[in-house]
Structures are given as C-alpha cells and as structure tokens.
Ligand binder design. Structure first.
Ligand code: 8DG
Length: 165
C-alpha cells in the first residue's frame, strides 16, 4: 500500500505562451515546471494552488479562476510514497511574474518548451493540457530519470477527476 501525498501544480497561459519557473532548490531542482507544492494543514487543494502560485512567482490568481485539468500520480521503485499531483491552468491572473527564492519564472512559446530540462513525464501529458483535454496519468519511476511504466487516459468530465482510476 502507498502513502498518498497531495501536491498542486499550476500553469498560466497567455495567448500562445506558457509560464514556467526554473526550480532553484529542493525536489526537481534545475527543472522548468509549473508552480506548486504541498498542502498546509486544513487547506483545500485549490487554495493551496493559489497560495503556491503567489509564493513562488508573486502572481495573484483567484482560486475560482484556476481550472482543474488533470491528476498525476507518481511512484518510485522501492518507495512507499505516492505523489498525487493536482494540475491546474488559468488564463486569468494579476501581476507580473517575479523571481523568488524558489523559482525563476519565464514565458515560453508552447511550440518551444524546454522538455530537455523538465521532468521526463511532462512530454507525455503536456499535449493533453495544451489541448485542454482532461487527463489522468500514472508514472512509475526508477530514480528520478527513468520511467519504468506509465498509463495515461483522457477524462470526459471534471467529475472523473474525483473518481479513483
Ligand atoms: N511537471 C511535473 N511536476 C512534478 C513532477 N513531480 C512532481 O512532484 N512535480 C511537482 C508537484 C509539485 O508542484 C512540485 C513538488 O513540490 P515541492 O517539493 O516543491 O513542494 P513544496 O514547494 O511544498 O516544497 P518545500 O517548500 O518543502 O520545498 O513538483 C513531474 O514529474 N512533473
């Protein structure tokens, strides 16, 4: 049995650009990614998503403007933790992204995303997100570089994001 831990992950979109941040410390250091992290005690997933976005790149987005688009589950060979990552997108936000202790933000054209410097699984599920398809995906890693197996499905309603697959 796995011990499930919930994380948030937020991507902002503006026309044909996506905001990514270069992670400056901790898990996923030196990779470009969306903004997110663990929940605080008693916090809802959506509130955590908005808080992490603000903390990591100084952008304000209303929780109600964040669109839940997918769920990712990560397991690692020999480890009992399951990372349950709730992915959100938004086109509605306030402010200019600012560098913080954790992230260096930068806009990328969606045709020129830096997949070489991102988590290997991102190539697999980003096309769903970029095409506004709801998705559920599971990745089982050996270490942090090698995907031993995975599964990805398109979902057809937001309710499906709350069912167990
Ligand atoms: N794109 C992508 N994001 C991932 C993958 N795996 C993974 O954990 N993430 C995301 C989920 C979270 O947003 C983030 C990890 O959270 P974190 O460790 O930075 O959490 P945190 O900010 O609360 O941590 P900290 O303050 O304690 O350092 O990375 C992946 O394979 N691909």
């Amino acid at each position: 049995m796995y011990v499930r831990k919930v994380y948030t992950l937020v991507f902002l979109r503006e026309d044909s650009r996506l905001l990514l941040g270069l992670k400056k410390r901790g898990f996923g250091i030196n990779k470009w990614n969306g903004f997110g992290g663990k929940l605080e005690p008693e916090e809802t997933v959506i509130d955590a998503a908005a808080r992490e976005l603000k903390e990591e790149c100084c952008i304000n987005a209303k929780a109600s403007d964040l669109k839940h688009i997918g769920n990712l589950e990560f397991t690692f060979e020999g480890e009992s933790t399951l990372m349950d990552v709730k992915v959100f997108t938004s086109k509605i936000f306030n402010g200019e992204p600012q560098e913080t202790d954790e992230m260096r933000p930068r806009w990328f054209n969606i045709d020129a995303l830096p997949f070489e410097e991102m988590w290997p699984d991102d190539r697999i599920w980003f096309p769903y997100m970029l095409n506004s398809k709801l998705f559920f995906a599971q990745f089982h890693y050996k270490g942090f570089d090698s995907i031993l197996k995975y599964n990805i499905v398109e979902l057809h309603s937001v309710q499906d994001l709350y069912k167990n697959h």
